[in-house]
Ligand binder design. Structure first.
Ligand code: HEM
Length: 178
């Protein structure tokens, strides 16, 4: 299995980026919802000190992934016997993932920039954290997170449907092999 994808399966580079992003996204949702539901400002700042660097890692991986598809690699062909509407839906959801991750990052940066919370979160300033709901990017950040979760659920269900109902070993395409 090479670094690049073949017509049959994804290459090592994409497989590594895919599963690393999936792991980091679990961390992002866990810390994001935890921060939003924590009233104590010091505890919230401590959670955001984890949330923001994970988000930076996710956006970096996403931009790398876009660059990789753009300039280096080509996607494997469609799965044999898969209806065209499923291929189109899968493609649309994959593009939406990129759009949502970029949008979530932009709204997150917007919240921190407009509220001036960076020195409080990262600089150890004893000041109280602002109420992020006072800043417009907070709304798309919360709404986008829930929509993104719904798309992730759809994406994972489709993969499990292929793996266990159609039994076409779809997951093998997105895993490491010799
Ligand atoms: C892919 C990127 C990101 C995802 C998936 C994500 C996910 C989340 C989630 C699920 C929440 C809870 C939302 C709610 O309960 O309504 C949240 C809250 C938050 N996120 Fe993000 N986030 C991302 C990027 C960022 C970035 C880049 C920043 C800052 C630079 C950021 C700053 C925040 C802040 C400050 C909150 C807490 C808001 C509050 O306490 O009211 N996020 N995020």
């Amino acid at each position: 299995m090479g670094l690049k994808s073949s017509s049959e399966r994804y290459g090592t580079m994409i497989v590594a980026m895919h599963w690393l992003t999936a792991l980091l996204m679990i961390g992002l949702f866990a810390t994001g919802f935890r921060a939003a539901n924590t009233a104590d400002p010091a505890a919230k700042a401590a959670i955001l000190r984890i949330h923001v660097p994970i988000a930076v890692a996710v956006i970096t991986l996403t931009l790398l992934r876009i660059g990789w598809w753009w300039g280096v690699d080509r996607k494997p062909g469609p799965i044999a016997g898969s209806p065209r509407w499923q291929e189109h839906t899968a493609r649309a959801i994959h593009i939406l993932f990129y759009v949502f991750i970029i949008g979530m990052t932009a709204s997150g940066i917007g919240m921190i920039a407009l509220s001036g919370a960076a020195p409080i979160i990262f600089g150890g300033e004893g000041a109280l954290l602002p109420d992020f709901w006072k800043y417009p990017p907070r709304v798309p950040h919360g709404f986008g997170a829930r929509l993104l979760l719904a798309f992730i659920a759809l994406h994972a269900s489709a993969a499990l449907y292929h793996q266990f109902i159609r039994r076409d070993h779809l997951l093998r395409r997105m895993w490491f092999s010799r």
